[in-house]
Design a protein around this ligand. Sequence first.
Ligand SMILES: [Zn+2]
Ligand SMILES: [Zn+2]
Length: 268
Amino acid sequence: MSSGEDQEDPERARFIIMPQGETFDGQERVMSREAYHLQVLAISHSTSCGHPGFVPDDYLEHLDGLAIETTITAVELRTIGMWERVHGGYRILDRELVEVSLDHIRQIRAEATQAREREQERETQIHARTARPMVVTPPCAECQAPAARIELVAPGELPAGWEHWDSRKRDSFLRHHEPERWLLIFTGVAAGNGYGGDPIDAGRAGQIAIAFQPPLSFAQVHTAGFHDDAGFCPDCDAPYCYQHWHVSEGGCGYCPRGHGKSLDPHRS
Ligand SMILES: [Zn+2]
Ligand SMILES: [Zn+2]
């Protein structure tokens, strides 16, 4: 590609000459710098937005709104045979350029996914090291009754108070128990996961253990990701029990200071 006119400063040349050997169909072309830029923008937009090679009219209007002239430029691209008019926009005829752009997008996405997976794996490993058995019952700021109860049972161990469980409850528990995994038994303000709890991996157990390390705060407890934040009101930075959340039928509650919160996992 070479620049025509204004030879003193090629960066500012108004026209770009594409020789025969460099165009997708072997035609020599002269296009304005604006047309060249619009083609580059449009290709990248079309591939990153999942419609490779298609330039929607509303995208051109959007660029117009950003003070990039597109109406005349699109007509120029059409006239020199780079774009063709299709329903709702234009089609870019240089498939090769579109493919190059697609490859580029795929590569960026694959790299981003790999980086994210590595980061998650690293986080899980760090969390797994902090996993420890615990029973935490944040006390209601109004009446000291437990707002919620969070228990982590280590692999091979049994829940706290096991010796007081009756045989029916024990049998049912052992039928579903996965002794090689961590167990989370969560009783929230209005709902929980039952006395049998749910098996979780060590990374998740560690994440919960960090979230419930004293002193408890909303910000810290929130990182555990429980639907009701174990009864913590974000505005008061304090936990409240079922009674003091004034839970309504729809699962929504109000703390004693009137801050609203959804306490139902299916409605939050
Ligand atoms: Zn209370
Ligand atoms: Zn509150």
